[in-house]
Structure formats: C-alpha cells, structure tokens
Design a protein around this ligand. Structure first.
Ligand SMILES: Nc1nc2c(ncn2[C@@H]2O[C@H](COP(=O)(O)OP(=O)(O)OP(=O)(O)O)[C@@H](O)[C@H]2O)c(=O)[nH]1
Ligand SMILES: [Mg+2]
Length: 230
C-alpha cells in the first residue's frame, strides 16, 4: 500500500507554519493592534488596582529591555519609559491592552549600586504581588542574550517557583549577537530550565530594535488573554 511518506510530510510541516500557528500569529497581531493605555504606577501593594483582567508581568535585570519590549509589542515607542539608567522603573507599571490583557512592567533587579533599602522595598513589592495576584497568568523573565542567566535571574525564578507563578524566558537584544551564539545561549538556558518547577519550556528570542521574535511573542501572549480558550 502506498501513501504519503510520514517523514516527508512532517518535514513539509516544519518548513511552513501550520494552520494553527498561522492563526495564532494573526490573533497576536490583532490583539496587539488594539489600543494600549497606561493605567497606573503601583509603588506599594495597597495601590494594586482591582483585578479585572488576566495579567502578564515582565520581569528582568535592570536595563535588560523590559520597557523596550512592551513598546515593541504594542508598536508604541513611548508607551513605557525606557532609559540608559539602570533602575529607572521603580513601580509596577500597569498597561491595559484593549480590555483583553494587562501588561505589567516590573521594576528591574540586579544592579550593583542599589542601596539596601531599595532592594528591600523591591522584594516586598514584587514578592507580595507575585504571591497574591490570582489574575497573574504568567511572568515573562527577560534575559539579555549576550549574557544568559545570571544569579539574580536564578533568584527571581526561585521566587516565582515558590509563588507558583508560571514563567517563560524571553531572550532580549538578539540583534547584538550572531545567530550561532543566540542558538547556543538558547540551548544552555533551556537545559537549565528543565530542572525548574514552574518554568514554561519554550524560550523566545527577541529584538525590540529589529522586531525579531515579536510576532511569535505576541502569539504566545494571546493564549493568556481574555476570551482566549484555556
Ligand atoms: N540593541 C538593542 N538595544 C535594546 C533592545 N532593547 C532595549 N535596548 C536598550 O537597552 C536599554 C535599556 O532598555 P529598557 O527597556 O529601558 O530596559 P528596562 O529593562 O526597562 O530597564 P529598567 O526599567 O531600568 O529595569 C535602552 O538603552 C534600550 O534602548 C534591543 O532589542 N536591542
Ligand atoms: Mg524599564
């Protein structure tokens, strides 16, 4: 009996996005084409807004590119404030994406010159948020693709494991390294994530500068939004 060679068929599938992937990419494009507006900055847990929508939080070392990534995703250059000064974002900054998903830009961690009091304030705010926010669907842990995981990222992931918040690593600034180096950091990171409890296994590499990986990340985030099937 002759029929399509299954190996050949799977090769063809790998070369082109499947129908399912293509429709997810389109859903991502549509979701992020919606208006995105700054809601508020939260400096203390008592200031958290009412939990109306699913939330996704962007965490990462200072200067890793959290605010830039939010701007790239939403196609708005000035929505989230970016800066060359590490530690500029000190609050949880809330953005409403078309009434479907809330993006939370978190204050960065891991900068050497942070005074002790600031670190304590950060820990209280971030830990309280992660532990008490039932609508928080996922944390995106941004990692600079030139550096890979650092101990401060491991501390953050341990905090997320403990708070039972699913997290996904997104590599940033992919435009700054060669494709082969990007693959190598992706593999090393994936290997380390295998042993972590709450880590989502898919790593997405991005560049806010060139737009690389942005459609894929939009597609991934669409699955967390209001109205998406669970
Ligand atoms: N080449 C390149 N530069 C980037 C990219 N993303 C961010 N940057 C630069 O990195 C610096 C820090 O970016 P931010 O988005 O402000 O970083 P952040 O993580 O929000 O920093 P904090 O708020 O201090 O924690 C800025 O100078 C950005 O222009 C990228 O994809 N490629
Ligand atoms: Mg920032």
């Amino acid at each position: 009996m002759s029929g399509p060679d299954p190996e050949q068929a799977s090769l063809v599938e790998a070369a082109q996005p499947s129908h399912e992937q293509a429709s997810l990419l389109e859903a991502g494009r549509l979701l992020f084409a919606r208006e995105c507006t700054f809601m508020l900055g939260v400096a203390a847990l008592s200031g958290l807004p009412a939990a109306r929508l699913p939330e996704v939080a962007f965490a990462g070392r200072s200067n890793v590119g959290k605010s830039s990534l939010i701007n790239a995703l939403t196609g708005r250059n000035t929505l989230a404030r970016t800066s060359n000064t590490p530690g500029r974002t000190q609050e949880l900054n809330y953005f409403d994406l078309g009434g479907r998903l809330v993006l939370v830009d978190m204050p960065g961690y891991g900068f050497a010159s942070a005074p002790k009091g600031l670190v304590e304030k950060w820990t209280r705010l971030v830990n309280g948020f992660l532990k008490g926010r039932a609508v928080l669907r996922r944390a995106i842990v941004l990692v600079d693709s030139r550096h890979g995981l650092k101990d401060s990222d491991r501390d953050m992931m341990a905090m997320l494991d403990k708070a039972a918040v699913v997290y996904q690593v997104v590599l940033t600034k992919a435009d700054k390294i060669k494709p082969a180096e990007l693959e190598s950091v992706r593999e090393r990171t994936a290997a380390e994530l295998k042993s972590r409890v709450a880590a989502h296994p898919v790593i997405i590499a991005t560049s806010s500068e060139t737009g690389f990986g942005i459609p894929e990340l939009r597609a991934e985030l669409t699955t967390l939004s209001q109205g998406a099937s669970p």
